[in-house]
Design a protein around this ligand. Sequence first.
Ligand SMILES: *[C@@H]1O[C@H](CO)[C@@H](O)[C@H](O)[C@H]1NC(C)=O
Ligand SMILES: *[C@@H]1O[C@H](CO)[C@@H](O)[C@H](O)[C@H]1NC(C)=O
Ligand SMILES: *[C@@H]1O[C@H](CO)[C@@H](O)[C@H](O)[C@H]1NC(C)=O
Ligand SMILES: *[C@@H]1O[C@H](CO)[C@@H](O)[C@H](O)[C@H]1NC(C)=O
Ligand SMILES: *[C@@H]1O[C@H](CO)[C@@H](O)[C@H](O)[C@H]1NC(C)=O
Ligand SMILES: *[C@@H]1O[C@H](CO)[C@@H](O)[C@H](O)[C@H]1NC(C)=O
Ligand SMILES: *[C@@H]1O[C@H](CO)[C@@H](O)[C@H](O)[C@H]1NC(C)=O
Ligand SMILES: *[C@@H]1O[C@H](CO)[C@@H](O)[C@H](O)[C@H]1NC(C)=O
Ligand SMILES: *[C@@H]1O[C@H](CO)[C@@H](O)[C@H](O)[C@H]1NC(C)=O
Ligand SMILES: *[C@@H]1O[C@H](CO)[C@@H](O)[C@H](O)[C@H]1NC(C)=O
Ligand SMILES: *[C@@H]1O[C@H](CO)[C@@H](O)[C@H](O)[C@H]1NC(C)=O
Ligand SMILES: [Ca+2]
Length: 387
Amino acid sequence: MQPEIILLSLFFFGLASADLLQNPDFESPPSNLTGNSTSSVVPLSQNNTIPGWTFEGTVNYVKASQNISLPGNGRGIQLGQDGKINQTFTANGNIISYFLTFTLAPGGQNCSANADMVVSAPDSTMVFSWMQNYGKTWESYGHYLGSWGEGEPINLVFQSQTTETDPNSICWPVLDTLLLKGIAESFEATDNLLLNGGFEYGPDFLSNSTEGILLDQTPSPAQSPLLLWSVQGTVKYIGSKHYFVPQGNAAIEIVSGVSAGIQIPTILNEGSTYNLNFTLGDANDTCVGDFLVGALAGLTAQNFSLKSNGTGSAEKFSLTFKAGPSPTLISFLSYKTSQTKDGVFCGPLIDDVVLLLRASSGLKLEMQLKVLISLYILVAILQIHWR
Ligand SMILES: *[C@@H]1O[C@H](CO)[C@@H](O)[C@H](O)[C@H]1NC(C)=O
Ligand SMILES: *[C@@H]1O[C@H](CO)[C@@H](O)[C@H](O)[C@H]1NC(C)=O
Ligand SMILES: *[C@@H]1O[C@H](CO)[C@@H](O)[C@H](O)[C@H]1NC(C)=O
Ligand SMILES: *[C@@H]1O[C@H](CO)[C@@H](O)[C@H](O)[C@H]1NC(C)=O
Ligand SMILES: *[C@@H]1O[C@H](CO)[C@@H](O)[C@H](O)[C@H]1NC(C)=O
Ligand SMILES: *[C@@H]1O[C@H](CO)[C@@H](O)[C@H](O)[C@H]1NC(C)=O
Ligand SMILES: *[C@@H]1O[C@H](CO)[C@@H](O)[C@H](O)[C@H]1NC(C)=O
Ligand SMILES: *[C@@H]1O[C@H](CO)[C@@H](O)[C@H](O)[C@H]1NC(C)=O
Ligand SMILES: *[C@@H]1O[C@H](CO)[C@@H](O)[C@H](O)[C@H]1NC(C)=O
Ligand SMILES: *[C@@H]1O[C@H](CO)[C@@H](O)[C@H](O)[C@H]1NC(C)=O
Ligand SMILES: *[C@@H]1O[C@H](CO)[C@@H](O)[C@H](O)[C@H]1NC(C)=O
Ligand SMILES: [Ca+2]
């Protein structure tokens, strides 16, 4: 009798770390703000500070108004000229990496320029811009912050940045609803040779938001808010609460222009044949159009087209390929963009990516184990990079 084939693979579990940050949604107002204050913009000062945070430069406490739109209860922080806020949290030793979700809104209307938001932590710095047509009024972003050892103090800093010289032509960015998520590592039984192929490990979703989370281009898969996958262009991380998601709780919608998408490196057995199975569709966000998605595995590439009437659909596809020299890059790219009825950029949905060896079962077990061992090595290498 054949022994039962059970493969142990790394898996990751998210640790909600809402408690790590103090006043992450700015719902605790400046201590000296009078309850009846009717102004929607209150400058912070030495005598009017925001609980949990330190600030420098021009920083305002803002309430949502006709000019500024914010999620939740609509209170946020505007970073004006040389504006900067920071808070320190303590890293937990069980966590391998930290993912941040935050919301960015333009601090005004009809601006000729929007200042950028620079987010930094000891291992990372990234610039975010509010982008026209990627959200309705405000946009949530996902960001890989870094990975730290037990007890390390992590100073999280937000800063405004602009090259514009006339401060009056600028809309200064408004920050709101920070969510910090830690991801820890463990093992689970699986037959998928790809990690995070269902896109279940990424930044946290805002509980009340009907919008997804934008993920910008990442420098490498080890520094990506979508665990182990790198991002090209801009994609949207979408949750099953507000979108059609074929598998699990999350999926990816490729929303920016031509050749945007996602990519993961794998270490495969050269010369062996593999099946790459995946689901394409539309996220039920009124994204009507003809989608064209390229699936690439090493040197093998194939285009898949599908029609969307924007009401939520899923279709399974498969690509068979022979592995070349390692690493084999597996990518999904979108070649067309559409817009929702609100004018927001949108595109094809991708989920449930499964990579399987196509071979006889005895050989299969031995080779899959070999591949999994390589996978551990790959993850170990990525982690060294993380540290
Ligand atoms: C706020 O309320 C206090 C006391 O109730 C009052 O003295 C003050 O004038 C009020 N301020 C405004 C701006 O309405
Ligand atoms: C802060 O409050 C102190 C004490 O009331 C006062 O002397 C000082 O002028 C205030 N500073 C500012 C910047 O308002
Ligand atoms: C509130 O204002 C008073 C006087 O203006 C000042 O002494 C105090 O430090 C302020 N408190 C905070 C938390 O800013
Ligand atoms: C909205 O912006 C305009 C122009 O900058 C300003 O005059 C107005 O007071 C603002 N309204 C609110 C509620 O902040
Ligand atoms: C969600 O919305 C409800 C009602 O609008 C509000 O009371 C609650 O504070 C919101 N939660 C968050 C996390 O924004
Ligand atoms: C903000 O950063 C400064 C150093 O740049 C640090 O002294 C301060 O404690 C930080 N504030 C918080 C709330 O962590
Ligand atoms: C921005 O432009 C719109 C449309 O032109 C106008 O209705 C609105 O009042 C403007 N807002 C401000 C703050 O100037
Ligand atoms: C992958 O796709 C192939 C071809 O469509 C199919 O035969 C196979 O059952 C699929 N495997 C899984 C695990 O979905
Ligand atoms: C897929 O379509 C894109 C855009 O039309 C094209 O550039 C690319 O060469 C095609 N790839 C394949 C494998 O046909
Ligand atoms: C288009 O929408 C209709 C319902 O309006 C649905 O029955 C049909 O399956 C959809 N087709 C696709 C390709 O999504
Ligand atoms: C699409 O969303 C509508 C509500 O907006 C819902 O009634 C419908 O069931 C959803 N369709 C799918 C396939 O999830
Ligand atoms: Ca999924």
